[in-house]
Design a protein around this ligand. Structure first.
Ligand code: SAM
Length: 263
């Protein structure tokens, strides 16, 4: 995976732009759309999966606000779209603070435009695999008081870290820096079907990242923290606001997620 660069590379798909394709955004190139077209061949519902993830992001942020969380570190935040974390959080609490972290150069350009007027929100263009650098960043220090509970969001991103990049160590480094009462919020690609295994092969071959971990592997990211109900479940089944069918489709089971509290 690339670190941080100012160059927008249009010869290879990028994680942020491919995600923008499935969210039906406009910040993507032919190479990103061609990648998504390959994924559609194995998971025709992939566009819906992105929607389930964004809906879970919204429900999760509202839940965190209800728990009294007023500051959010949104790691691997993606290109601005509808219902971004600061919009959901600040609707409930106008004083909520959000720092977005992403290493895609397009996120920096688009994010700065979106946030120009918002003094409680910042975009940091940095690699989240370096928690010490992120936690020491000026914008993080200005907006996030590490003496008070923080919502640590790793939504739709840990599957883009390879096993040998120590995703667990990265999770733990962020959680070690925040106090009791902080919450960890993860959504993740899941090895939940034959289609998910085929999708993993395509992601790894064509995008370079995309680990579809088992439910047990995803759950173990929360080790040491108190999972809130209903635990780690398919996204549409996490504290749903509308009725959920008993039998979930391949797409509805393609990502799992949960939230836990640091004791
Ligand atoms: N969190 C958002 C959501 O769930 O709607 C966006 C998820 S998007 C699939 C993952 C984002 O993580 C992309 O925007 C990508 O650029 C970013 N990303 C990937 N690797 C990263 C890294 N090492 N450091 C920072 N950001 C990264």
């Amino acid at each position: 995976m690339a670190g941080t660069s100012d160059e927008i590379d249009t010869t290879r798909p990028s994680i942020a732009r491919a995600y923008d394709v499935v969210l039906r955004g406009k910040d993507n190139f032919e190479v990103d759309r061609a990648f998504v077209a390959e994924i559609v061949k194995v998971v025709p519902e992939i566009y819906d999966v992105a929607t389930y993830n964004r809906q879970m992001l919204g429900r999760g942020v509202r839940f965190l606000i209800e728990q009294g969380i007023t500051q959010f570190l949104d790691l691997g935040s993606g290109l601005p779209t509808v219902e971004n974390t600061h919009q959901v959080a600040q609707r409930a609490n106008p004083d909520a603070r959000v720092v977005y972290v992403d290493n895609d150069p397009m996120v920096r350009a688009q994010g700065k435009a979106l946030l120009a007027e918002n003094e409680h929100t910042a975009v940091v263009t940095s690699d989240l695999r370096d928690p010490a650098a992120i936690l020491g960043d000026e914008a993080v220090k200005r907006l996030v008081d590490l003496g008070r509970p923080v919502g640590v969001l790793l939504v739709g991103i840990l599957h883009h870290l390879h096993d040998d990049e120590d995703p667990q160590g990265i999770v733990d480094a962020y959680m070690a820096a925040v106090p009791s009462g902080s919450h960890l919020f993860i959504t993740h690609f899941c090895a939940s079907s034959q289609e998910s295994r085929e999708a993993e092969q395509k992601y790894l071959a064509l995008l370079g990242t995309g680990r579809f971990r088992t439910v047990a592997e995803i759950t173990s990211f929360f080790d040491g923290y108190e999972l809130v109900e209903p635990g780690v479940v398919p996204l549409p089944a996490w504290r749903p606001e509308t009725a959920v069918p008993e039998e979930l489709t391949v797409g509805q089971r393609l990502m799992f997620g949960g939230i836990a509290r640091k004791p």
